[in-house]
Design a protein around this ligand. Sequence first.
Ligand SMILES: CC(C)(COP(=O)(O)OP(=O)(O)OC[C@H]1O[C@@H](n2cnc3c(N)ncnc32)[C@H](O)[C@@H]1OP(=O)(O)O)[C@@H](O)C(=O)NCCC(=O)NCCS
Length: 440
Amino acid sequence: MTDSNSMIDWFRASTTYINAHRNKIFVVLLSGEALADKNLPNIVFDLSLLNSLGVKLVLVHGARPQITEALEQTGIQSSYHRNLRITEAKCMETVKRVVGGLSVSLESLFSMGMRNSPMHGADIRVCRGNFVTAMPFGIHHGVDFHFTGKVRKIQASAIEQQLAHNNIVLLSNLGYSMTGEVFNLTAEEVATETAIALKADKLILLIPNDGVTDDDGNLLTSLNEEDAKFYAAKLGEKNDAESDCISQALYASLRAYANNVHRSHLISYKQNGALLQELFTREGNGSLISSDNFDQLRNATIGDVAGILSLIKPLEENGSLVERSRELLENEIENFKVIELEGSVIACAALYPITKEYGELACMVIDPCYQKSGYGDRLLSSLETVARENGLKKVFVLTTVATHWFLEKGFEEGELDDLPEHRQQLYNFQRKSKVLIKLL
Ligand SMILES: CC(C)(COP(=O)(O)OP(=O)(O)OC[C@H]1O[C@@H](n2cnc3c(N)ncnc32)[C@H](O)[C@@H]1OP(=O)(O)O)[C@@H](O)C(=O)NCCC(=O)NCCS
């Protein structure tokens, strides 16, 4: 296959995700470390692309390493208690200067519309404001944190007004109090509280690693609440900067999760394109913290064609399924049911009425990552219900590789002669498919 063919396939397969993400709110955390990484221009480009595709974006940037460096340059040593910076009044001018400078730099990156830049014509508008109300973190264990603050309120409706105009909202780790003071917050907290206040569809946390890995270094592409708690605690004990960052991101995901933001992604800020891969491909490229129960069994629509095509393609290539063109699928889409999980089609099957009494089950495919979880059983039961509702008395399936599976579901082996006559004429003798029939 040529590069351009695989690009075409990838682009088509991504339609499902483009449709799923349109008009959804994503809150993205860009830590100070991410801002300092050489991959930042690519991240900004990919975020601009998301904005162009109709995703409503709120970006929250941090400034931790930059503040530390600037304070050192002015001769002020940062002091911490339990890993949280104590921001004394003498630090605040530096903090405001550094954070303001980073916000402006980000805005300028989003404004790049030069004719020879990839963002030419994108016309991205970024807006900032006093959207975060803060209060002092207070005195803990006898330690006064001074101008280190915590989030008191996120001005959600003001942010939503900006998002409605397709503006990207840019927040930082600074918040403003009712008394007119500025407080130094953690960007993680601002991002999490913003996601909760906006009832965001996703919280995206950019981290230095590819995601959460197990003891053998394998990337865990999806974690439920229990896994996230386990790894957050485990990584928190390691006492190195990277593990600490992932641990904090997991705790942020858990807090968001407990407050109805059910999807958080941990994605590398170092890897070019990781954000797009995670959001627009089935394989992903990061760790998703989500509920297990987000699947949806429903009638397929024309928007599912790309997802179904990518699901059935490997089986068509190995000869397990008869080939179906995009056009054929589009014409026959009303016969299909799909199961959608996290915006992606993970299973499909079709029921074709052949005669008044006889229906054919076909194209039943479960994504290999999700097999043996009962999805096949659920799809089959659902199509059998449809068949009964339509007055069909029996269904048949022609299969080369799943005979036993269907036999266990109450099908019996039949003969070609048992099928309606015009269906017999279409039988492909080279495939040698078994005929399996079930009385409803
Ligand atoms: C066959 C298929 C639809 C089953 O879906 P599924 O969601 O994995 O099935 P369920 O979870 O409901 O059932 C899983 C059980 O079926 C068994 N099973 C899966 N595929 C099987 C097969 N081809 N033959 C016999 N048993 C099979 C599993 O081993 C498991 O049994 P266990 O619980 O005793 O371990 C799925 O494996 C698939 O998509 N296969 C490739 C495409 C295909 O062959 N489609 C049928 C042609 S129309």
